[in-house]
Write a protein that binds this ligand. Structure first.
Ligand SMILES: Nc1ncnc2c1ncn2[C@@H]1O[C@H](COP(=O)(O)OP(=O)(O)OP(=O)(O)O)[C@@H](O)[C@H]1O
Ligand SMILES: [Mg+2]
Length: 348
């Protein structure tokens, strides 16, 4: 890797108690220059800690951090050309919206008029027009979040860090803003590390996804790799709300899942396996499926969520077949294709 961010065997323990648990337990990864990496994982797995170490706001307990090939492990935030948008996007309460966004530019020596003009432009970029003179307290949570986003983007730093930047936005704005972040990142060739616990957000914007679990990297790769070749039950479950069933891989390449036989897209050695099935992978009413009785149905606008009772246990299914809704009590069958099904070796 020529440039970008590199972590070499980083650990982090908070405080001075040597027996305190490690928040980050020896992780190594790269964020290649000009690409976007998301760090994905459940609450408390070490995402914010990792981001703060990239920013220089926390120092690692051991290991080495390189940026642009330079060892920055002991450098402070000001020496790293990094800008971070925090999970709690603290705006300066006594400054107007435009002053908040212009602040960083003013600090780096820009004239007031120019800094304000660029700030207004950045605010426009995040869809905030006509709010320049308001105070943060006069904005909604989502609007404040967009001010914070404009404040991070306006600096156009070499490395941009986002900690759950979209958590306060409604679904439609989330989608728009994540596309905006991705577009800006690609246009300016920014190196971005982006923390989220939302796997669909990660799949949508990333060049690389790093899945963390209890301070370690469970797996990293492209969205495609993580989605279609999860190496553990944890990753499979995390990447698509998949349900995991015990299965048996046969010598002939098939995998038996109770009465169902599937042919995995990637061959696995014979023996016990876990089969992760995404809720949209089930085919309702197909021949050769397992018998299923509908217990629960919820209509969610563009799809149905169904809960079935089957010989495999309770099965959660998402169906976009709106024309033929099922009612609780309905008897049908559930079959599997190859899409949305991944087979994970038992040992993982
Ligand atoms: N300042 C701190 N002092 C002591 N322990 C901390 C501190 N900050 C975080 N931790 C601990 O380190 C671990 C990782 O925390 P971190 O904030 O990195 O998690 P996270 O993945 O960002 O979680 P979330 O999704 O909830 O934001 C947690 O167990 C947390 O309690
Ligand atoms: Mg966090």
């Amino acid at each position: 890797m020529s440039n970008g961010i590199e972590f070499r065997n980083i650990t982090k323990r908070y405080g001075s108690d040597r027996n305190a648990p490690l928040a980050v337990k020896g992780i190594s990864f790269e964020v290649p220059q000009g690409t976007l990496t998301t760090i994905l994982g459940p609450s408390g797995c070490g995402k914010t800690t990792t981001l703060r170490m990239i920013a220089g706001l926390e120092s690692p307990t051991s290991g080495q951090i390189l940026m642009g090939g330079r060892d920055v492990t002991t450098l402070g935030p000001a020496e790293r050309n990094v800008s971070m948008m925090f999970q709690s996007y603290a705006l300066f309460p006594h400054m107007s919206v435009v002053e908040n966004v212009a602040y960083g530019l003013r600090m780096s020596g820009q004239k007031k008029a120019e800094a304000r003009a660029r700030a207004t432009e950045a605010l426009k970029g995040v869809g905030l027009v006509g709010f320049d003179e308001r105070l943060p307290s006069e904005l909604s949570g989502g609007q404040q979040q967009r001010v914070a986003l404009a404040r991070a983007l306006v600096l156009e730093p070499a490395v941009l860090l986002f900690d759950e930047p979209l958590s306060n936005l409604d679904a439609r704005l989330r989608r728009e803003m994540r596309e905006e972040i991705r577009a800006i990142q690609q246009r300016l060739q920014l190196t971005v590390a982006y923390v989220t616990h939302d796997q669909s957000e990660a799949l949508a914007v990333s060049d690389q996804i790093i899945v963390m679990d209890h301070g370690v990297i469970a797996q990293r790769g492209t969205p495609e790799e993580l989605y279609s070749r999860p190496q553990s039950e944890f990753v499979a479950g995390f990447m698509g709300e998949a349900m995991v069933f015990p299965g048996q891989a046969q010598a002939d390449g098939r995998v038996l899942l109770g009465p169902l036989a599937i042919v995995p897209r990637h061959a696995v050695p014979a023996g016990p396996v876990k089969v992760a099935v995404r809720p949209e992978a089930w085919q309702i009413g197909e021949a050769g499926g397992v018998p299923a009785t509908l217990k629960k149905a919820s209509y969610l606008g563009s799809f149905y969520e169904y809960g079935f009772d089957t010989p495999l246990g309770a099965v959660f299914v998402v169906s976009s077949d709106l024309a033929r809704p099922l009612a609780p009590g309905a008897q049908t069958t559930l079959a599997l294709g190859t899409h949305g099904v991944s087979v994970v070796p038992q040992a993982a």
